[in-house]
Design a binder for this molecule. Structure first.
Ligand code: DGI
Ligand code: FE
Ligand code: FE
Ligand code: FE
Length: 184
């Protein structure tokens, strides 16, 4: 784990590395709370943004931009999880599919996420360096009901994207609808 940390530190800006450590911290807390494998969530947390400093060209080369990104590949921000998952396998020797999927879907989410995926997605959104209007509420919810917390985060994200007149990836909507049915 120390090797992953030092490699990641050298690949990212200091600010991004600070974010990574924040995600790791929250991911460990959530894993303890919900009984997830700590090793797995730590690896997913440390590697989730590993491709963040790559050029968009390099991300596109790496990324097996499957059906999920087919009509959304022009949105640069959505690719780094896909590229990161390929890079984590190639350069960090990660073979566990749950970790690779947690990295892959950490930005857009998806329906039927595993616990490791949920924790990575949520920790990314609520780590201590994050600051947005609803973050305290979602931080609190995170330890009460993880599905409810992700549902609120998805709602918040969708509202934010609508306000900015930005394209919404269907995975986010699909994840939201899945959770909505689940928590009812
Ligand atoms: O990589 P991080 O900054 O830690 O966070 P992230 O991977 O969750 O999100 C990266 C960016 O992607 C963030 O600025 C919001 C944006 N994003 C997430 N979902 C969507 C999106 N942008 C668009 N246009 N549509 C989405 O569905
Ligand atoms: Fe990210
Ligand atoms: Fe996120
Ligand atoms: Fe992140």
């Amino acid at each position: 784990m120390d090797k992953i940390k030092s490699d990641i530190k050298s690949m990212l800006t200091p600010k991004r590395y600070k974010h990574i450590l924040g995600v790791e911290e929250v991911a460990i807390e959530l894993a303890s709370r919900y009984g997830a494998n700590i090793e797995k969530v730590r690896k997913a947390a440390l590697l989730h943004d590993c491709s963040k400093q790559f050029t968009i060209t390099k991300m596109r080369e790496l990324c097996d931009c499957d059906e999920t990104l087919k009509n959304y590949g022009h949105l640069g921000e959505l690719i780094h999880g896909f590229a990161g998952s390929v890079y984590a396998k190639m350069k960090f020797g990660i073979t566990d599919q749950e970790i690779l999927d947690a990295i892959r879907y950490h930005t857009i989410g998806r329906r039927d996420m595993s616990l490791v995926e949920k924790i990575t997605y949520l920790a990314d959104a609520i780590e201590p360096n994050r600051d947005y209007a609803d973050v305290e509420h979602i931080r609190h919810l995170a330890f009460e009901n993880i599905d409810m917390a992700i549902l609120h985060e998805a709602d918040r994200k969708i509202e934010y994207l609508i306000k900015r007149e930005a394209v919404i990836h269907p995975n986010t909507v699909d994840m939201r609808n899945w959770l909505l049915a689940k928590v009812k």
